[in-house]
Design a protein around this ligand. Structure first.
Ligand code: IPE
Ligand code: IPE
Ligand code: MG
Length: 235
């Protein structure tokens, strides 16, 4: 069994709205403050041995929010990508997106494609951004693609294994997360990495996302390394 190095950490960045409300500010102010926290966490990864960082930016359920919050978030994503692009290249960060791009604004989708392209050769940290991502939606889309392969007789039903199915998921290029952190005190996973987190360790912490910092992140990663993972066996 592989050593528990905690090489893949995934974060549900929650609490932006409450952070803003506590300050009597509109929710979008919280989203802007939240976006600013990402760079510090990404830059903290190499020192604590995290090779893969996956962050939940927008869920397939977040379309239920007001139109002004949704469009503000979409504008923020586009601006964030443009603004951070050079910095991510300089930091050796490879960025990839997971989630369904079909419902995204064309301009946003093309900035996402561009960022993936310009960072494709980077190797220091792998940053995966989940945007319009939902675990059930991802599995559904994977099964649709898989069914198409069977229809076209490139695959038989019998050949479908967990490994084959995982290869059809958006995360096919990622190892499973070792540690999933959720900020803001909510102890639920809200449709994040359902398949991939089967044996992940969880940390639900009180800090609101815009207050999260590299110190707390590093502490959580170091704490993770002291846990014993059994994967159903007796060790
Ligand atoms: C997380 O913060 C960011 C997104 C879901 C886009 P929230 O906006 O959910 O903040 P709270 O939970 O309302 O405080
Ligand atoms: C999960 O947070 C999604 C993201 C962090 C992008 P939500 O705030 O949308 O989750 P719920 O609604 O509290 O379950
Ligand atoms: Mg929330």
């Amino acid at each position: 069994m592989m050593a528990d190095t905690g090489q893949h950490v995934a974060i549900i960045m929650d609490g932006n709205g409450r952070w803003a409300e506590q300050r009597g500010q509109p929710r979008l102010v919280g989203h802007h403050a939240g976006a600013k926290r990402i760079r510090e966490i990404v830059e903290a990864c190499p020192a604590v041995g995290v090779k893969y960082l996956t962050i939940f930016a927008f869920s397939t359920e977040n379309w239920k929010r007001t139109q002004s919050e949704v469009s503000g978030l979409m504008r923020l994503f586009k601006r964030y990508i443009r603004r951070e692009s050079q910095n991510l290249v300089d930091d050796g960060v490879r960025v990839r997106f997971i989630g369904d791009r079909i419902n995204l604004n064309e301009q946003l989708a093309s900035t996402m494609d561009e960022l993936e392209l310009v960072t494709a050769d980077n190797k220091r940290v792998n940053l995966t951004i989940a945007l319009n991502y939902g675990g059930r939606d991802e599995v559904t889309r994977a099964v649709q693609r898989l069914a198409r392969e069977i229809e076209q007789q490139r695959l038989t039903a019998k050949e479908v294994s967990a490994k084959v199915l995982a290869g059809f998921l958006d995360t096919h290029f990622l190892p499973d997360p070792d540690l999933v952190i959720r900020t803001s005190g909510e102890a639920r996973i809200s449709n994040f990495l359902l398949w991939q987190s089967a044996y992940a360790e969880y940390e639900f912490i009180e800090t609101l996302w815009p207050d999260f910092n590299s110190e707390e992140f590093s502490q959580l990663v170091l704490k993770f390394r002291t846990r014993e993972r059994r994967y159903g066996a007796v060790l």
